[in-house]
Design a protein around this ligand. Sequence first.
Ligand code: PMP
Length: 362
Amino acid sequence: MTHVFNFSAGPAVLPKEVLQQAASEMLDWHGSGMSVMEMSHRGPEFISIYKQAEADLRELLAVPANYKILFMQGGGLGQNAVIPLNLLGRVAQPGTIDFVHTGSWSGKSIKEAARYAQVNVAASSQAEGFTRVPDPATWKLTDGAAYLHVCTNETIDGVEYNFVPQPLDGVPLVADMSSHILSRVIDVSKYGVIFAGAQKNIGPAGLTLVIVREDLLEYALPACPSAFHWKNVAEHESMFNTPPTYAIYIAGLVFAHLKRQGGVAAMEARNIEKARLLYEALDRDDFYSNRVEESCRSRMNIPFYLRDESLNDQFLAGAKARGLLQLKGHKSVGGMRASIYNAMPIEGVQALVDYLNEFAGR
Ligand code: PMP
C-alpha cells in the first residue's frame, strides 16, 4: 500500500488502527453475522455501539450530567440553521443573536442566522483579513441576546481561540468546534451548546455532534423541524429518525482509540508539539509565511503562503511526489494549508517540515 500523509481539512485522516479494526469487522461485527451498516438502529447490537460511543465521548470531554449529547445529521451548516430555530424561543421575536466574526465559518453562521433573527456582529477581524480573535474587551455584546455564537477554530483562516469567551450574564455561549473538538481540553460547563461536524477529528462525514445544556432544550420555535428539534432528538436518544449508524460506529472506535492514547490531555500535548514544529519551519525565514497573530494561531489548521506564489504548483507537485497530500489552501484564500488533526502522527508533520526545508533550499 502506498504510504501517504493526508493533510486534508476534512473529511480528514483517521487513525490507522481504527480503519484496520473497521476493516476486520466489516463483514461480521462481533459474531453477529452482520455488518454494522446492515443493523437496525433499534437492535441490541447497534444500541450497544451507540451507548458505548456516547459514554466514551462523555468521559473524554468530561461532559457534565446536565448536558445531552446528540448524534445528528446535517453538518455544521445544518446546525447554523437549526441553532436559531432551537434557541430563539428564549427571547421575544425576532430576537438578536450576537456573533464574533473571525473567519469564513463564523461568517457563514452569521449569514444563515440573519434569515431568522437580528444579527449583531459584536466584533470582527475582517478588516485585518481574519488574522486574530478580536480582543474581548472590544466586543459590543447585546443585553438580552438569544445567545452568543463563536467559531472557536476557523478551519480556513487558521485562527483559534486560546480563551473561553465570556457572554453577558444569562446569555448562553454557542461554539462551533467542528475543526478542533477533542484536540484540547475544554470546560464544557462554560458553554451552552457545542457543535461539530464529525469529519475532522471525530470520524466520517454524515455525523454531527451537538452537546447541549438541558435547560436550553426548552426554547425551540414552533417551526423547528422535528428531526432537528434538540429536545425531541434528546428524548429519543438520537433515534427519533434513523441516525448515521456507520458514522457513529466509526466515531465510537475513534473515541475508544483516543482513550487508549491517554485521552484529550495527551492529544493536546501532542498537538502543541506538532504545531510548534510546523510553525517553527514556516517562521524560519520569509520563504513561507503564516499571517495569523501568534497567540491566535490554530494548532489544527495551518494556512501558509509561499513568498513566490508562482512556485505554488511546483510546491504541490513535489509534496505529492513525497506522499504529502491535500496541501492546497482553500480556494477562497489561496496558498497552502496543512490540517494536522489528532490522527496526523508527528512523523507526518516531520515529513512536511523536511519537505518545507528542502523546497526552501535550506
Ligand atoms: N464549521 C467549521 C468550523 C467547519 O470547518 C466546517 C466545514 N469545514 C463547517 C462548519 C461546515 O460543516 P459541514 O460541511 O459539515 O456543514
